[in-house]
Ligand binder design. Sequence first.
Ligand code: NDP
Length: 451
Amino acid sequence: MSFDYDLFVIGGGSGGVRAARVAATEGARVALAEEDRYGGTCVIRGCVPKKLMVFASEYPDAMEDARAYGWNVHSDGFSWETFGTRLNAELDRLEGVYRNLLSGSGVTTYDARATLKDAHTVSLSTGEEFTAKHILVATGGHPVRPDLPGAEHGIVSDDIFHLDTLPKSILIIGGGYIACEFACILNGLGVQVTQYYRGAQILRGFDDEARGLVAEEMQQAGIDLHLGSTILEMAPTEGGYQVKATNGTEKVFEQVFFATGRRPNTDDLGLEEIGVELGRGGEIVVDEYSQTAVPSIYAIGDVTGRVALTPVAIREGMAFVETVFKGNPTPVDHELIPTAIFTQPEIGTVGMTEEEARAREPVEIYCTSFKPMQQAFAGRQNRVLMKLIVSKANRRVLGCHIVAPGAGEMIQLAGIAVKMGATKEDFDRTCAVHPTMSEEIVTMKTPIRTA
Ligand code: NDP
């Protein structure tokens, strides 16, 4: 049977674009359909604009510190409009880069919504239909609001980049990556931030000591964080929204921001109708090669509900091409993925938390917390944390957790050692880089506890 294409990719985000490009470079005839902007969540409404907002939000502290260092600094305040104009120009530029990468590698693009008609046929919203030997679903996910009265008035992370003005006050619901990052960003930009998290401590799943320090630092920075509390209902009122909470309070906030998780984009794609299995959260069920229950259909990235991180989607895309177009079956390696949360201070983490490790085997915990030189000199009380979890049995470093400015940069490098299986003694043999914060990671001599 002859097909119009060897590969049809649905979704032009990080994973889809990478898979399309690399398959085309291998000589495959590739098409890609995207209904929105190229670049997907990461480039258009996630990692990239978020990180630029993190940078913007750090200047007030930097300016204050600069004064302590002898600079005569004067600011006329922050202009959301100026920042937004530059941000949008940058996103336009990046979208252009993505489009050029696709056309440059010979991928045919369709600016249309695609749905599946059968195991080898894609229908586009333009009315066109194409057949393909393989179909790759890389449609990503979207933020969800909880089901409660008035929730439709709240914003989600997609909306935050398009606000005409910054609110004076905001209530953020949730305690995950997005809630905590935006609490810090908006606080830094001068918004009065309140955060409600239903659990006992924010950033569930991360190392307890690390999340405890971040929560403390966020509170010290002025974020009004309420644990064990969440919203019951909200309704429009003068100056914003009246919010009833589980802690018995009723308060008015100019905006309410739901950072209550994301859901895979699998609705109305025709997946189940043709036999693709979906999980309870709406995610596409795939095997270790990203293959679905329909052999010609594969799925990668957030839509599979595995690990919702851009670099993981890209690796899944690369492994898919290796498997399907290079005849080299390659399972995706989801072990020991380093990651960073861009709170202020950041968390950089790789491997097991102390809680996970001690439940599994006897461990030694090496941990230090201190005031970093740069901020301490400026009179700040902020602390950083460096922590290693070490297996007693084979001395391997099972987990590394860093809470510090720049922790995301540090953990990328520590992640190599941990992924290589480095032992505590390998860390010890490595000479310190002085004076840095991260030198503490190779100078911790005595465990603070064993378990
Ligand atoms: P998360 O799943 O990380 O967090 C969702 C939060 O909302 C949790 O605290 C959850 O509470 C809470 N929640 C869920 N439902 C409700 C509800 N009905 N009422 C009240 N609270 C609720 O999702 P995010 O949206 O923050 O992020 C999604 C994913 O995106 C992340 O897991 C991550 O993979 C990725 N991401 C990565 C970033 C990075 O690499 N820096 C940045 C941003 C996102 P509970 O803990 O009790 O379930």
